[in-house]
Design a protein around this ligand. Structure first.
Ligand SMILES: Cc1cc2nc3c(=O)[nH]c(=O)nc-3n(C[C@H](O)[C@H](O)[C@H](O)COP(=O)(O)OP(=O)(O)OC[C@H]3O[C@@H](n4cnc5c(N)ncnc54)[C@H](O)[C@@H]3O)c2cc1C
Length: 419
C-alpha cells in the first residue's frame, strides 16, 4: 500500500511518521518551495503530546518547547479570575507544550526525512488535481509560484492534509467559497521579555470582543532567565467582511490593534508593551468552515485543517490534526480495503472534530471570560461573588471531554505499542 500525502504541515508530517511506524509506504508533497520555520506559537495538549511521545519525539519537544503548567484567566482590567493547572501539573501522564509552530514543524519534518528518507518528502509540489480509478489515485502537482506541472504520482490513496485552503477539499466539495469569518482579527507576534509568573504559565484575558492570549514558547530562552512570549491580540468587528483568502504570513499593522489594549497594564504583564516591543507581527482572520458530511471519496480523504478548520480557541487545531493521523494510520494498518478504511476513519473522526469546531465557535474553552464580563460590574474584583468556581471549572471539564483530552479517556486509550 502506498499513500500520497498532499501537505507537509503538522498533520501531513505526523501522518507520514505514523504510516512509517505502521510499515506503510508513503510520500509527502508540500507546496512551499522550502520547508522552513513558519508561524508563531501553538499549543500541544496532552492528547497530542501523547501521540508525539509514542512517535519518539518527546525529548526533542521538551528541549525546544515550554512545558506549560498553568492557564490563568484574567479580566480586561487585569483581575485574576481562575488558574487551572495544565499538563503534568494537572495530573496528566503527558505534558502540555507551548511551542513555536515552525519549530514543531521542523521537529516533525526532520524526523520524517530521517525515518522515511528525504527523497520521499517533496517541497515545491503543490497539488493541483487528482483522478482515481479502481486500482489507485493519480495526483498532479504544479510549481506553487509559476503553476507549471512538476510531477504526476500514483498511489493507492490520497490524503488531503493541505490546510485551511485545501485544494483537495475544494475538488471534493466544489463551491464552498471562502471560510466563515468570525469578525475577529488576530494580531500574532513573539516578544522576548522577562518571564511572567513561573515562566510556564499561559494567560487568556479579556472579553467576548477583545482578548489577549499570551504564553512563553522557548525552553532555550527560559534557561537563560528570559521568556520568548507568544501573544495573540484579538479584536472583534462583526461588520467586517472577508473578501479574499488570507495567508498566515501577512504582516499586521500594530496601530490597528494597540488602541483596544492601551489600558491593559496588568500587574503580571504589560500587554501594550508586549505588542510594542515586538519586531514583526502577523494578522489573520479567525475563520472556520461548516463541518462536512463527508471526508472520504473512494481512495481520497481529508485530514487536519483541510477536513475541519476551527477557531484557535482552546488550542486544538494542531492536536486534532495529529489525532486524525493516528486514527487513520491505525485503521489503514488493519484493513484490506482502502475505501472501507477511509470510510471507517471518517466515521471515527468526523463527529468528534465537528463538535470541537462548534464548541470553538462558541468559545467554550474560554466561556468563563464571557460569563464574568456579562455578570460582573465593571472593574469588579470580587468575581467569585458573581460566577462560582464550580461553574468555571465545569466549562473546562466540558471542553476537555469534547476535544478528547479528559484525563480518564486519555488514560484508557490503548498505546501505539499495543495497536
Ligand atoms: C505558514 C503557516 C503558519 C501557521 N501559523 C500558525 C500559528 O502561528 N498559530 C496557529 O495556531 N496556527 C498556525 N497555523 C495553522 C496550524 O498549523 C494548523 O491549524 C494546524 O496545525 C493543523 O495542521 P494541518 O497540517 O492540518 O495544517 P497546516 O499546518 O496549515 O499544514 C498544511 C500544509 O499544506 C500545505 N499546502 C497547502 N496547499 C497545498 C497543496 N495544494 N498541495 C500541497 N501542499 C499544500 C501548506 O503549505 C502547509 O504546509 C499555520 C499554518 C501555516 C501553513
Amino acid at each position: 500500500m502506498k499513500a500520497l500525502i498532499a501537505g507537509g504541515g503538522i498533520g501531513g508530517m505526523t501522518m507520514a511518521l505514523r504510516l512509517h511506524h505502521a510499515g506503510i509506504d508513503m510520500e509527502v508533497f508540500e507546496s512551499v518551495v522550502e520547508i522552513r520555520e513558519l508561524g508563531v506559537g501553538i499549543n500541544l495538549l496532552p492528547h497530542a503530546t501523547r501521540e508525539l511521545t509514542e512517535l519518539g519525539l518527546l525529548e526533542d519537544l521538551a528541549a525546544t518547547a515550554i512545558e506549560t503548567r498553568a492557564l490563568s484567566y484574567h479580566t480586561q482590567y487585569g483581575h485574576h479570575i481562575i488558574t487551572e493547572p495544565r499538563g503534568l501539573a494537572a495530573g496528566y501522564k503527558w505534558p502540555q507544550f507551548s511551542i513555536n509552530r515552525g519549530s514543531l514543524l521542523m521537529i516533525l519534518a526532520e524526523a520524517a526525512r530521517d525515518r522515511i528518507g528525504a527523497e520521499r518528502v517533496h517541497a515545491g509540489h503543490h497539488l493541483d488535481a487528482f483522478s482515481q480509478d479502481a486500482d489507485g489515485v493519480t495526483a498532479h502537482f504544479v510549481h506553487p509560484q509559476n503553476g507549471e506541472a512538476v510531477a504526476e504520482c500514483r498511489g493507492d490513496l490520497l490524503i488531503g492534509a493541505d490546510g485551511i485552503h485545501s485544494r483537495v477539499r475544494e475538488i471534493l466539495h466544489p463551491g464552498e467559497g471562502l471560510p466563515n469569518f468570525s469578525g475577529i482579527t488576530m494580531l500574532r507576534g513573539v516578544t522576548e521579555q522577562e518571564p511572567f509568573f513561573d515562566g510556564r504559565t499561559m494567560i487568556v484575558a479579556g472579553t467576548w470582543n477583545e482578548r489577549m492570549v499570551v504564553y512563553p514558547i522557548s525552553e532555550a530562552a527560559r534557561k537563560k532567565g528570559r521568556s520568548l512570549i507568544n501573544w495573540v491580540a484579538e479584536i472583534r468587528d462583526e461588520s467586517k467582511v472577508l473578501r479574499k483568502r488570507d495567508n498566515w504570513s501577512r504582516i499586521g499593522i500594530k496601530a490597528d490593534f494597540l488602541p483596544a489594549f492601551a489600558d491593559w497594564h496588568f500587574d503580571c504583564l504589560d500587554m501594550p508593551r508586549l505588542i510594542e516591543d515586538n519586531d514583526v507581527a502577523y494578522d489573520f482572520p479567525m475563520v472556520d468552515r461548516e463541518p462536512l458530511e463527508r471526508w472520504s471519496f473512494g481512495r481520497v480523504t481529508l485530514l487536519g485543517d483541510a477536513a475541519h478548520p476551527m477557531y484557535p480557541s482552546g488550542s486544538n487545531g494542531a492536536a486534532q490534526a495529529i489525532l486524525d493521523a493516528s486514527v487513520l494510520s491505525d485503521i489503514l494498518v488493519k484493513t484490506d480495503s482502502i475505501e472501507d478504511a477511509l470510510i471507517a476513519y471518517q466515521n471515527a473522526r468526523m463527529a468528534p472534530t465537528a463538535n470541537v469546531v462548534l464548541s470553538n465557535r462558541d468559545f467554550l474553552a474560554e466561556r468563563v471570560l464571557r460569563l464574568v464580563d456579562e455578570r460582573c460590574p465593571a472593574n469588579c474584583k470580587n468575581i467569585h461573588d458573581f460566577v462560582t468556581r464550580e461553574e468555571m471549572e465545569q466549562f473546562s471539564r466540558d471542553y476537555q471531554r469534547i476535544a478528547g483530552f479528559d484525563k480518564d479517556s486519555l488514560d484508557a486509550k490503548p498505546s501505539l505499542k499495543s495497536v
